[in-house]
Design a protein. Structure first.
Length: 500
């Protein structure tokens, strides 16, 4: 596979076009982080307001990933991804035109939906690659796409300086952010005309109902409802945070909470509508067609601690290096990008290790534990550290974080093929739940070394706890290293093999 990767034909062409779609969605999603201090100075914002905007950046990605997972299973990745990329231009331009804090919050909430693009590519790649290669393929998709945050950190401050047309230290953050959305929209149209949902001869498997996630035992239905609670709860947390910075009044906060309760009840109804025959005892899945939702729940927790922490760290790391080591904005952005830079090799590396080690469970456990140790060590970084040493530690920690992400999504497409989009949506949403929880915690901590230390220590301890769950509760998926996905046969693959 590694030698064929560079041929840009057949399934590898689809992989390259799809990871670049995710790359652009990540550039859009994190176009604020390297320009945050310029925005703060230009708009006269307080630190608490900037941190709140950072939370908004990942907030609506939670329900968006669930909804897009449903649309994805029903309509396919080609049209779903294309529309999402074209949508990106709207909130980017809206954010660029904002004149006050409230407008910034609304535009950023709308822009956070773009982060849901990740789950689309997971299903697309899974359709084109067999289980024995799924770890590396999904790792390349996720890792090279995630590099968009590093691409934004490396390029946007420089582009913003160019677009300021020589106005000293002033950065044209508005035009830079609008430009990212316009580029994504153009690529969305290109993507629509240049990809296909499945290889020739393969049927795109869909669930009978896509209103809620299909489970296969009554007890799993109860488990599903329980694991849906944090998806709504984190939005309640965000609303509370917005009330603390004056965006919502106390009465408006209660109205939002009531609406979110209604959203949870509506989601519960949709899950019941999908599984009503199972819950009523009128339907029983044969053992060969069942899957354990507990495995989805563990994968949700792993993504909470790995991708959730990455989103949180990417949002705060430029300012961390700028303030800890007294660096310029451009230099701090480039150094902080070393964390996301590792995505180029670490997330594919995690997927490759998962493919080659022979145990996806063991890979998940070890990488999550390594991530925990890495974060605990980063909690000791301060201005007295040797700067290159701090950068190397950051890159080492990020390797474990992103390799753990790769190992998570080396398992997700193997749980239950026909609902891969929704499972990926649920697992991916938990990454954003983690990000909102971590960023809310960070916004409440004191500025400076003490706050940074507590932040990294919390990330480390939670990662070690989840690694324990992986070691003793996660099960190896059936067919983890098979030649074909569940529900496929060799005849379905003949046209693809002939074409390649």
């Amino acid at each position: 596979m590694l030698t064929e990767l560079w041929t840009f034909r057949g399934r590898y062409r689809i992989l390259h076009l799809t990871w670049f779609a995710f790359f652009l969605s990540f550039v859009v999603w994190f176009n604020l982080a390297p320009l945050a201090t310029s925005l703060k100075a230009d708009m006269g914002l307080e630190t608490s307001q900037i941190r709140t905007i950072a939370i908004c950046n990942v907030a609506l990605t939670v329900p968006a990933r669930i909804i897009i997972g449903m649309l994805l299973d029903k309509y396919g990745p080609r049209i779903t991804y294309s529309i999402l990329l074209m949508y990106a231009a709207i909130p980017c331009i809206g954010f660029a035109l904002a004149q006050n804090f409230s407008q910034l919050v609304v535009a950023r909430l709308a822009l956070s939906i773009v982060g849901a693009g990740f789950v689309i590519g997971i299903r697309m790649v899974a359709e084109w690659f067999p289980p024995k290669e799924i770890g590396l393929a999904e790792g390349i998709y996720g890792g090279w796409g995630n590099f968009g945050s590093a691409g934004a950190a490396f390029t946007l401050p420089t582009i913003a300086a160019w677009l300021a047309f020589g106005s000293g230290d002033v950065l044209n953050w508005r035009l830079s952010i609008a430009l990212t959305g316009i580029i994504a929209a153009v690529y969305g149209a290109f993507y629509f005309f240049n990809v296909q949902d499945t290889p020739p001869g393969k049927v795109y498997q869909k669930p009978k109902r896509a209103r809620g996630l299909e489970v296969t035992t009554p007890s799993d239905f109860v488990f599903l409802l329980a694991m849906n609670v944090p998806l709504t709860g984190v939005l309640c947390l965000l609303a509370w945070r917005l009330s603390k910075v004056g965006f919502l009044s106390q009465s408006q906060l209660y109205i939002v909470w009531a609406a979110l309760l209604g959203l949870y009840l509506f989601q519960t109804y949709n899950c019941w509508a999908t599984n009503q025959e199972l819950v009523a005892g009128e339907k029983r899945y044969p053992p060969s067609d069942r899957y354990k939702f507990s495995q989805v729940a563990i994968l949700e927790l792993t993504y909470f601690v790995n991708f959730g922490s990455e989103l949180a760290v990417v949002s705060m790391l430029p300012a961390f290096f700028e303030n800890t080591f007294g660096l310029s904005k451009a230099m701090a952005g480039m150094i902080a990008a070393s964390y996301a830079f590792m995505n180029l090799v670490s997330r594919p590396g995690g997927g490759l290790i998962s493919d080659k080690l022979g145990s996806r469970k063991l890979t998940m456990t070890v990488l999550t534990a390594g991530m925990g140790v890495g974060y605990l060590t980063m909690g000791n970084v301060n201005g007295n550290w040797w700067l290159p040493g701090a950068v190397m530690l950051t890159m080492l920690c990020s390797f474990f974080v992103q390799a753990a992400e790769g190992s998570t999504f080396a398992i997700v497409p193997l749980v239950k093929r026909r609902v891969t989009g929704q499972i990926a949506g649920n697992v991916g949403a938990y990454g954003n739940v983690g990000a909102v929880v971590y960023l809310t915690l960070f916004s409440l901590l004191p500025e400076g070394a003490i706050g940074n230390q507590i932040f990294f220590q919390v990330l480390g301890v939670l990662a070690l706890i989840v690694s324990f769950f992986c070691a003793f509760m996660l099960k190896e998926p059936e067919g983890s290293f098979a030649e074909h996905h569940e529900g496929e046969n060799e005849l379905e693959s003949i046209p693809l093999l002939a074409k390649e």
